[in-house]
Structure formats: C-alpha cells, structure tokens
Design a protein around this ligand. Structure first.
Ligand code: ZN
Length: 311
C-alpha cells in the first residue's frame, strides 16, 4: 500500500495563527503612504459641519486633531498595499474561520496641530494579537495595530499623531434557542444617569434639565454646556417623537437580543434626540415616522425605554 498522500492544507489552528502573526509583526512598520490631498480647508469645513464643531481656530487653517484618520483614508478603491498589516491579518483570520469583526478600541494621541497646506503620510504596524478569548459575541482574537501620521520625510519627518486601533476578529457564537433578555449589554449607570433609569422604572421618560438656565440636554452630563452650572434636575418628556434616522442591525449577534434589531435616533417632541430601539413592524419604520415610548422591564435592576411606530 502506498504511503504517499496528496499535499494537505495546513490546519488553521492557534499555532498556525500565531506563527502568521509573528510573520506580520516581523515585517515591522509599513513604508509611509502619502495622503491623497494636502490638508485643506474644504475638507475641514465638511468635517466641522458633520461633527457640529464650532471652534473658530478650525476656520483659520488648523485642522482638528481628531481628523487625523481622514487625511489618509482609502477611497472607494478596495485594493490595499500588500504589506498592510491590518488587512493582511484580517485575511489570515478569515482563512482560519474567524470571519466576523467588531471594532473595540480606538486611542489617538496628538503631538502637534497640523495646518492647511501640510501633507501627512501614514505608517502602520501590527502591535499585538491576543487570544483566543471567549466573548459575548463569540470566540476570537483581539488585533491591535498602531498607526502613526507623519509630516516630512526621512530623518526630518515628525510624528504628529498616533492611533492604536483594536478589533475583535471572531467566530459568531451559535444562537441560543431562546434569547435570555437579561443577558443584554447593560447601560452605564452612575450619578449622572441614575435619574433616567429611576424614571424608566416607574414609566417616565426623563430629560436632564439645567436648573440654572433651564436648558434641556441629552445625553446627560455633570455640567450645563451653555451656562456651565452643575445644578441639574429633569423634566418628564411626553414620550412622543419622530424617527430622525435608523439602522437595522443584522450582525454580529448581540447578547440578550433577537436579531435583527432596529436602532433609531428619535427626535423628541421636546426638541432633543435620543437613541433607542424601535420594536414591532419593521416595514412601518421610516424617517419621519411618529413613534411613542413604552417601557420594558428586563429585571429588577433595569427597565428600558423602547419605541414603537404609531399607526
Ligand atoms: Zn445652564
């Protein structure tokens, strides 16, 4: 009997993954990739409008530091440089069966302002891969890359900003036969937000109010952004509003939720906007559709404000 076997595919197991990770790490930092355009005021103006930033410095040639990533974004062309470690690592995990991805952390640091007319370039390296870890969405690996933005070339180049970017590359967990609502990701509760959750528990949708100037605000915070007073209370909202925008979330699986889930930005009658889940008939959901709040008790510690379209 012959002992010759056809060439078999390597087992894409943990050891195979970590060996590939070491290869990616060993390639170190990529060659600088130069931004498509120099830093320019029209792009800054678009960003300021989208974010709602009004600091006058950014109308006068200084780019908002948080725009760092904007300048070197890939366009619509889906091709990536062969040595891009994030792209390469993602492909490797796809081959190993970890097809889903979830952004988890993004930490930026800024060394100095950049100005209109300067051209930045970006380098990237694979910082770390940690796993396998069992998470609420499934088993996976945390992949961290370090991006650095530079001005200038060679020995004269100057790092202006960095970004540690972490994603979870995972295999979605098998769906439980019956969803246990109490397993949902709990909202953060602290002294700034407890009035809200005390309200939902008794069927009230509460909006934070500045006791000094009377301004309403949401999400809640410790200080009035208008008059800087700390004295805060709340009013009870009518619970009526309209859909300002919405998404239908199909994947990845969310603990305690049956998918798909419709998440909307609700424009309240009181003039503020609040994010919430819209339940019921998905076909009725449209931008501008009138909605009404209802309260869903999850357990003794949590009652959620949920929305449904008013027929
Ligand atoms: Zn105020």
């Amino acid at each position: 009997m012959s002992t010759n076997h056809p060439e078999v595919e390597p087992r894409r197991d943990h050891d195979w993954i970590m060996a590939r990770v070491e290869e990616f790490k060993a390639t170190g930092e990529t060659e600088p990739r130069v931004a498509r355009d120099p830093i320019n005021q029209p792009m800054i103006n678009n960003w300021l409008e989208a974010i709602g930033e009004t600091d006058p410095r950014y109308k006068d040639g200084i780019a908002p530091p948080a725009m760092a990533q904007v300048w070197t974004m890939y366009g619509l062309d889906p091709t990536r440089p062969a040595n891009d470690p994030l792209h390469g690592t993602m492909q490797m995990f796809d081959e190993a069966g970890f097809h889903s991805v979830l952004g988890t952390n993004c930490d930026q640091t800024y060394a100095r302002d950049v100005r209109v007319g300067e051209t930045v370039s970006i380098t990237t390296r694979l910082e770390s891969v940690v796993g396998p870890k069992v998470t609420g969405v499934g088993e996976g690996y945390f992949v961290t890359t370090l991006n650095t933005w530079w001005v200038g070339h060679g020995d004269d180049r100057e790092a202006v900003a960095t970004m540690l970017f972490r994603v979870l590359k995972f295999k979605p967990a098998k769906r439980a036969a019956k969803v246990d609502k109490t397993q949902l990701v709990r909202p953060q509760m602290n002294q700034d937000t407890e009035y809200f959750w005390q309200g939902t528990a008794i069927g009230e949708l509460r909006i934070q109010k500045c006791n000094a100037c009377g301004e309403l605000r949401h999400p809640p915070g410790p200080m009035c952004p208008t008059c800087h007073a700390h004295d805060r209370g709340y009013v009870v909202a009518s619970g009526k509003g309209t859909v300002f925008s919405f998404i239908v979330h199909h994947a990845p699986q969310l603990p305690g939720k049956e998918l798909p889930v419709t998440l909307a930005l609700i424009e309240l009658e009181e003039g503020l906007r609040m994010i919430g889940e819209v339940q019921g008939n998905r076909d009725q959901i449209a931008i501008g559709a009138p909605v009404e709040v209802a309260f869903e008790k999850i357990d003794d510690d949590l009652t959620l404000a949920q929305w449904s379209v008013v027929a």
